[in-house]
Design a protein around this ligand. Sequence first.
Ligand code: GLA
Length: 413
Amino acid sequence: MRISAPLAAALLALCPLAAIAQTAPSPKVSPKPVQRSAPPQVAQTPPMGWNSWNFFAGKVTDRDIRNAADQLVSTGMKDAGYIYVNIDDTWEGDRDASGVLHANAKFPDMKALADYVHSRGLKLGIYSSPGSKTCGGFAGSLDHEAQDARLYASWGIDYLKYDLCDLRTDVMTAQAPHDNAAQMRLMIAAYGKMNKALKATGRPIVYSLCQYGWDAVWEWGPSVGANSWRTTGDVEPNWQSIYSILNEQAGLAKYAGPGHWNDPDMLEVGNGTLTPAENRTHFSMWAMLAAPLLAGNDLPNMTPEVRAILTNRDVIAIDQDRLGREATRAYSDGELDVWTRHLTGGAMAIAVINAGSDRYSSHPFHLSLAKLGLHGPLKGKDLWSGKEITLTENMPLELASHDILLVRVPSPQ
Ligand code: GLA
């Protein structure tokens, strides 16, 4: 812009320092080194989204992933917080002469798929193994870690599930056949290697470990940059599986927190033989456990009932509570289990489960507040009826088999 002489004079009158600036020799400014800022921290609350495995298993295609993205938007699940659309195993094709992995024919253009998912305001996740083969027998990342991490970043991938699978035979038992401690070191090194490779891309990518909860992964997961680690074998869509996984989580609360979560496996809400009560209990307890909430149901054919469970904002708010403190099992009394979780602002969530196996009966139970270190009466919100509830010492509860009472109490103290 050219400034006319009268205008320059007027400006100088208003701001004499400008004259100094005009005449003073400009100091030598050495160019600042370009600083790569650290990528934003991921998974400060448990990741939420949908994963292809529980419904599609090996049949998943590009079209299914696009449909899932569309459905997350149209069902309101995206607005409720389900952001990651994760492709599980069976997307992998062959490596070319330079070792670059290509997706198979089910996924013709991964970059275009990522662009599509991003255009819907969502993020895309992918799956691999530190072994030469994934659990489904597809190409793993062994000896191609940096190359694969760069490939994911170039596609625009936001989440990696890294599943142990063939690392056991390829490396662990091959290199240290009779030495469990050495096998564990090899496994930790393999997970650390991919962490370094992901970090080197500069792209924020959620790093999700899957090795079935072996070797107390919760103790070393954070040291390899894990944002979550599976604590169990594979979940199945039936009550026995859900309830036994739930009980395996007792004692793990202290290992979870913002950026690093215990992962009792993906949600089966809406799948298999789970009844409405079992779906509610499953979802409630995964929220109490501050678990990643990765739905795995048939989104286009989701019933309104399943959708209402998956999008219950009050229950999601328990999962996503910023304090990141996982629930602990307060006590069990016969068929009754009581879990509690501390929330921000001194609030508390109390979950009472009827684990009794008689599917159709309901039981009069008595909730002991004293065993929770609390005194009644306590006003709270029943998160499934949406109504206010007052908890009193030893109050009788009618709970159908496998159903749950989930209450949020503002600040009991
Ligand atoms: C393992 C994992 C599952 C799934 C399959 C895919 O069993 O635990 O969650 O990823 O592999 O092959």
